[in-house]
Design a protein around this ligand. Structure first.
Ligand code: AMP
Length: 380
């Protein structure tokens, strides 16, 4: 096992050829196991149950569970045998091993994880012949999206999404069972995600147009998406218009939801250039969460630095042809610049603190500025 020390990839581990990121902490697992012990003890009362752990995966869960079980109990194991060499999705697997007489007993099967539920066929097949008093199924982890069977799962510790996990008894090709917490598989994509930053009129849109082709990235300008919605008179457009007309920011949640949807539309992108987003701390945090959900991150904020007076001049000039009402009026332009410095410029600190802020002189010809920005991207 190899642990990375890079500050942005905290505790990513590598098992064989795959990378895994921390997912469920030892404390959370401990809580879930305690909860299951209490719940099951309450249901069973004073009877002495037989807990049946399913090897190999549930050895750790079974061990921790019975330590927490507040009353006398018996513990045994059965083992799942996968016949090596047969590799199909319906991998032939059999449970082997109940040796004691379970007639009239209350049996609780302890599973580490239930995903498709294929083992449940075998479990039920085995206990059908045992004349048990009752058979209950308890699983520490459960993937509801993957579950394809109708068997009732009486006790569920933690529901998780349908992604591969390791640790706490669960392995990836033999490795990882010994880890006390749970890790989730990490896609090994390496996206280049950039935030293009700067006050209105700094040339973000112009630069993004060159960069997206040069680096094969998807350009998302929240201002453009709002204007597209206004043009098409959507509900989102109507809402945004009232803010945009004054040069104010559209409320965070509206903007964040829209941005998430735009990113989702481009699931195959090699990376994104975010232009006009984030503009507030809440948006920056939402963007980090979104990137994290894609096992990715923002690589850099590239800020185009331009003086206010040049900005006003540029925007008034653009307003003559762009048709943008917020470019036509000097007061609105100044309000947009003020909004930038009051609300948005704090993001410089947000990204600086992560060593991801790169200021670039935004005055000069378009080509000159593209060269400056490209040299930052190439250095990443
Ligand atoms: P822009 O084209 O980036 O200058 O954006 C034009 C206007 O759209 C801004 O003045 C805001 O009213 C709105 N807008 C664009 N992006 C955002 C954002 N990230 N958060 C809030 N409002 C935004």
């Amino acid at each position: 096992m190899f642990i990375f020390a890079s500050p942005n990839e905290k505790q990513v581990i590598k098992l064989h050829d795959k990378y895994f990121k921390p997912f469920i902490s030892a404390e959370e697992i401990d809580e879930a196991v305690s909860r299951l012990a209490v719940e099951i003890a309450e249901d069973i009362g004073d009877e002495i149950p037989v807990f049946v752990g399913i090897l190999n995966g549930s050895f750790m869960f079974t061990s921790d569970f019975v330590k927490k079980y507040p009353k006398p109990c018996e513990v045994t194991f059965i083992k799942l045998a996968s016949y090596a060499g047969i590799k199909s999705s319906e991998d032939i697997q059999r449970l082997i091993g109940i040796t004691q007489d379970l007639t009239g007993r209350t049996v609780v099967v302890l599973e580490d994880i239930i995903d498709s539920g294929r083992t449940m066929d075998e479990v039920h097949r085995i206990f059908e012949n045992e004349k048990v008093k009752s058979l209950k199924i308890a699983t520490l982890f459960f993937k509801p999206e993957a579950y394809k069977k109708d068997y009732k799962l009486h006790y569920v510790g933690i529901e998780i999404p349908d992604k591969f996990i390791v640790g706490y008894g669960l392995d990836y090709d033999g490795l990882g069972r010994d880890i006390p917490e749970v890790y989730q598989i990490k896609k090994t994509e390496h996206m280049i995600n950039l935030v293009l930053f700067g006050p209105p009129g700094a040339g973000k849109g112009t630069q993004a147009n060159y960069l997206k082709d040069k680096y094969d990235l998807v350009h998302i300008s929240t201002g453009d998406v709002f204007r597209y919605n206004i043009k098409n008179e959507t509900a989102l457009g109507m809402l945004a218009k009232s803010y945009m007309d004054k040069g104010d920011l559209v409320p965070d949640q509206v903007t964040i939801d829209m941005l998430n949807a735009e990113v989702e539309k481009n699931a195959d992108a090699k990376g994104f250039i975010f232009d006009g987003f984030p503009r507030t701390s809440a948006q920056a945090e939402a963007l980090d969460a979104l990137m994290n959900s894609k096992d990715s991150e923002i690589k850099a904020m590239i800020a185009l630095e331009v003086d206010d007076d040049i900005l006003v001049k540029r925007l008034l000039e653009r307003g003559k042809t762009s048709g943008r009402s917020d470019d036509a009026d000097e007061d609105i332009i100044r309000n947009r610049i003020k909004e930038y410095y009051e609300k948005t410029a704090i993001l410089k600190n947000y990204y600086s603190a992560q060593n991801k802020y790169f200021g670039v002189d935004g005055v000069g010809s378009i080509e000159e500025i593209t060269v400056r920005v490209s040299s930052v991207i190439n250095s990443l």
